[in-house]
Design a protein around this ligand. Structure first.
Ligand code: C2E
Ligand code: CA
Ligand code: CA
Ligand code: CA
Length: 275
C-alpha cells in the first residue's frame, strides 16, 4: 500500500527485479541445455495387473545439469510454459521417446510410449504435422504413441486445440486425459471428447480407502466412456490391489518403479513379468 512509504516500494522493486533476473538466467541456462542435449526423458512403467506386463511407459522430462545433477520438472517446466520454451522441450522429449520406443521394438520389446503435451504445443497450427513427421522419421506405429493432456486443458473450448487433437487422433495416436479428477469437470462435455485413456490423479488414489466411493464413481464413469483406465501414484500393494480389484486397466507408481533412465527401463522390460 502507498502508506508503506518509499522504502517499501524500493524493496518491492528490488525483489521483482531479482526474480526477473533469476528467471532470465534460468531461461538462458535452459536454452543452452536444450542445445547441448541435456534435456532428456526418463521413463516410468505402466503395468497391466491382468497380463502382468508393462504395456506402456511414460516419458518424463529431466534436466541433466553438468554441475547441479538431475533437475526435476517442477524446477523448469513452469517457467518453460510461461516463456514458450515448452514447445522445444516437448518436441525433444517426443523425438527421443519415439526413437527409444523404436529401438526397444527392434529388440523385441513392443511397449507403447506416452508423452506429456502442453497447451502451448496444442495451439501451434503445425503440431499434428510435426508429430507425424517425428513418427515417420523412425517408422513408428502411431498406435504405439499416446499423448497425455491435462483435464483442464481439454475442457476449455479452444478451436486450435480441438483441431490438433482431432488430427493426431486421425493418425491413430491415442489421447489420454492426465490428472483426472483434480479439476472442475464438465461431465457432459467430457463425454463428448474423443479420448482413449483416462489417468486418475494420484491425489484420488492416495486418498484410498477414505474416498473409496468417489473413486468408484470415477471408474464407473470411465467405463461408461469405454476408455482405458490408468491409476496413477500407486505406492503400496494395498493401492495396487484395490485398483486392480475395481477395474483399473493399468497401474503406475513408485510401487512398481519410479521414473528411470532408458537403460534402466530396458533392464526392467527384460526382467518381466512382475517387474
Ligand atoms: P505428470 O504428468 O502427472 O507425471 C507424473 C508425476 O508423478 C511424475 O513427476 C512422476 O515422477 C510422479 N510419480 C509417479 N509415480 C508416483 C508415486 O507413486 N508417488 C508420487 N508421489 N509421485 C509419483 P515428475 O517426473 O516430477 O513430473 C512432474 C510433472 O511435470 C508431470 O506430471 C508433468 O505435468 C510435467 N512434465 C514432465 N515432463 C514433461 C514434458 O515432457 N512435457 C510437459 N509438458 N510436461 C512435463
Ligand atoms: Ca503425465
Ligand atoms: Ca498425472
Ligand atoms: Ca501433472
Amino acid at each position: 500500500a502507498k502508506s508503506g512509504g518509499r522504502n517499501q516500494y524500493r524493496f518491492f522493486d528490488e525483489t521483482m527485479r531479482n526474480q526477473r533476473e533469476e528467471e532470465l538466467e534460468l531461461l538462458a541456462d535452459l536454452r543452452e541445455a536444450l542445445r547441448a542435449g541435456h534435456i532428456l526423458p526418463y521413463y516410468q512403467p505402466r503395468y497391466s495387473p491382468c497380463t502382468r506386463r508393462v504395456v506402456a511407459v511414460e516419458a518424463l522430462a529431466r534436466w541433466m545439469h553438468p554441475e547441479r545433477g538431475l533437475i526435476l520438472p517442477s524446477e523448469f517446466i513452469p517457467l518453460s510454459e510461461k516463456s514458450g520454451l515448452i514447445n522445444q522441450i516437448g518436441l525433444t522429449i517426443l523425438e527421443q521417446a519415439v526413437r527409444q520406443r523404436c529401438e526397444w521394438q527392434r529388440q523385441g520389446m513392443d511397449v507403447s510410449v506416452s508423452v506429456n503435451v502442453s497447451l502451448r504445443q496444442l495451439c501451434e497450427a503445425d503440431f499434428a504435422a510435426t508429430v507425424q513427421r517425428i513418427l515417420e522419421a523412425d517408422g513408428c506405429d502411431p498406435r504405439r504413441l499416446e499423448l497425455e493432456v491435462t483435464e483442464t486443458l481439454l475442457l476449455e473450448e479452444n478451436p486450435a486445440v480441438a483441431r490438433n487433437l482431432e488430427k493426431v487422433r486421425l493418425l491413430g495416436i491415442r489421447i489420454a486425459i492426465d490428472d483426472f479428477g483434480t479439476g472442475y469437470s464438465n461431465l457432459a462435455r467430457l463425454n463428448e471428447m474423443a479420448v482413449d485413456c483416462i489417468k486418475i490423479d494420484r491425489s484420488l488414489i492416495q486418498g484410498l480407502p477414505r474416498n473409496e466411493e468417489i473413486v468408484r464413481l470415477v471408474i464407473a464413469m470411465c467405463n461408461f466412456m469405454q476408455v482405458t483406465i490408468v491409476a496413477e501414484g500407486i505406492e503400496t500393494l494395498a493401492m495396487a490391489e484395490w485398483a486392480h480389484r475395481h477395474g483399473c486397466h493399468e497401474l503406475q507408481g513408485y510401487f512398481y518403479s519410479c521414473p528411470v533412465e532408458a537403460g534402466q527401463m530396458e533392464g526392467l522390460l527384460r526382467g518381466e513379468p512382475g517387474l
